[in-house]
Design a protein around this ligand. Structure first.
Ligand code: FAD
Length: 387
């Protein structure tokens, strides 16, 4: 048996960034237990979209801080940060969405995120390969972009190891028992005593880990799908800006010389299988295809190079959980946005652990009790998750 100050369950983007920030704050004995290998869960399967164009104050701040943290870590390591700044258009399909989006431009700008509203005529000049007659306009942030999941995992693993964090892979947490002071954590690689436990188990772990100490964490997993066209159409420039058609629930970004396209079915139900690798829903693909082919006609008929699915984490309001529901037991979950918010969520969790407070965020918006007390906030910009 060995003892630690903090045991983090889950070596995904959230657990690893939490370990990094705790180490930066001087916490000395930090253990990350990962049942497979670092990044194995939702993190490496993600599309990497990094958006500061949130639909609430919390979302905007988390996106802005995370973008800065990815870039800073790349500089610290002297390596590629993995961040690709290509700009992002979030597209409104109706006058009602237009009104919401225009209000969000003010919110984002007030929080230091460059953001503008563009009408279809302006957009047609900028992105002539898109049929803008279908849309009411879009918001645009030039310094949004995407990250390469493989690079961000490499970087954060290197950083936590350099900071003295112990990362145990192939280490499954199988039980957590509260002690008079602290916790006893049973794993497939031994038993650890610790003052604090952080549940960062993601879509396939967060709920079960919290059950060990009798807490209900409403994090579920559902299918999210991504396809990649190896070649982009000739009318789309290299490093074309990303695009999210919110109402249809699909987004696009560059992928090597081609185009990556991600989408979710709004009627998708939580998946009970405990697998990350799920069947690809070709029926829904066929149903949605006319939407993206009408949006970018030159994509029609393009061959697909890769198609994959993954279990995406979601919370009932698509917002994160940063909380200490039991003394010394913490919960961190991303609400399906753990790439665009992960570094900042780790930063805030480390603040909560070391200072027992959350600054510069409304703590009530990220607490667990909002789900039982019916005080959920809303983020207007998110994928069509199941309800
Ligand atoms: C296909 C797809 C595309 C996505 N695209 C985007 C995107 O473009 N932008 C974005 O922001 N987000 C995206 N997401 C969501 C994003 O990937 C997740 O929100 C994020 O990775 C969550 O990070 P995490 O660390 O909470 O979870 P995970 O990455 O799943 O990490 C949790 C880890 O905990 C481990 N674990 C679980 N139980 C235990 C246990 N008992 N003992 C030890 N270890 C355990 C797991 O093995 C796992 O490695 C996407 C997700 C999918 C599936």
């Amino acid at each position: 048996m060995s003892s630690d100050d903090v045991v983090i369950v889950g070596g995904g983007n959230l657990g690893l960034w939490t370990a990094y920030h705790l180490a930066q704050r001087g916490v000395r004995r930090i253990l990350v237990c990962e049942r497979y290998w670092a990044g194995y869960g939702a993190t490496v399967r993600s599309a990497g979209i990094m958006r500061q164009q949130g639909g609430s104050e919390t979302a905007v701040k988390l996106g802005k801080w995370s973008r800065e943290l990815y870039r800073k870590l790349g500089q610290e390591l002297g390596l590629d940060s993995g961040f690709r700044e290509v700009g992002y258009y979030v597209v409104a399909s109706s006058p009602m969405e237009k009104a919401v989006f225009q209000r969000l431009v003010e919110l984002r700008t007030a929080h230091g995120v460059p953001n503008e509203w563009l009408d279809p005529e302006d957009l047609a000049r900028r992105l002539p390969y898109v049929d803008w007659s279908r849309f009411a306009g879009a918001t645009y942030t030039p310094n949004d972009g995407y990250v390469e999941p493989a690079i961000i995992v490499r970087n954060i693993v290197m950083a936590v190891r350099a900071a003295g964090v112990e990362l145990l892979e192939q280490c499954e947490v199988q039980g957590i028992e509260p002690l008079t002071s602290g916790y006893r954590v049973e794993t497939s690689r031994g038993v650890f005593e610790t003052e604090r436990v952080i549940d960062a188990g993601g879509p396939r772990g967060a709920r079960r880990i919290a059950e060990f100490v009798g807490i209900d964490v409403p994090v579920a997993a559902s299918r999210h799908m991504v396809i990649s066209f190896p070649e982009r159409p000739p009318d789309m420039p290299a490093n074309f800006p990303m695009m999210f058609v919110l109402a249809a629930g699909f987004y696009l970004r560059p992928d090597e010389q081609g185009v990556l396209l991600g989408f979710s079915n709004p009627l998708e139900q939580p998946d009970p299988s405990d697998r990350y690798l799920l069947e690809f829903d070709w029926d829904y693909f066929e149903k949605l295809k006319p939407e993206w082919e009408a949006t970018i006609p030159s994509l029609a008929g393009k061959a697909i190079g890769r198609a994959w699915t993954g279990s995406i984490d979601y919370t009932p309001d698509q917002l994160p959980i940063i909380d200490e529901p039991r003394f010394g037991f913490y919960v961190l979950a991303a609400g399906g946005h753990g790439i665009m918010w992960g570094p900042a969520l780790g930063m805030k969790m480390a603040e909560l652990v070391t200072e027992e407070r959350l600054s510069d965020l409304d703590p009530e918006e990220v607490r667990l009790r909002r789900f039982t007390e019916g005080r959920m906030a809303t983020d207007a910009i998110h994928l069509p998750f199941p309800h």
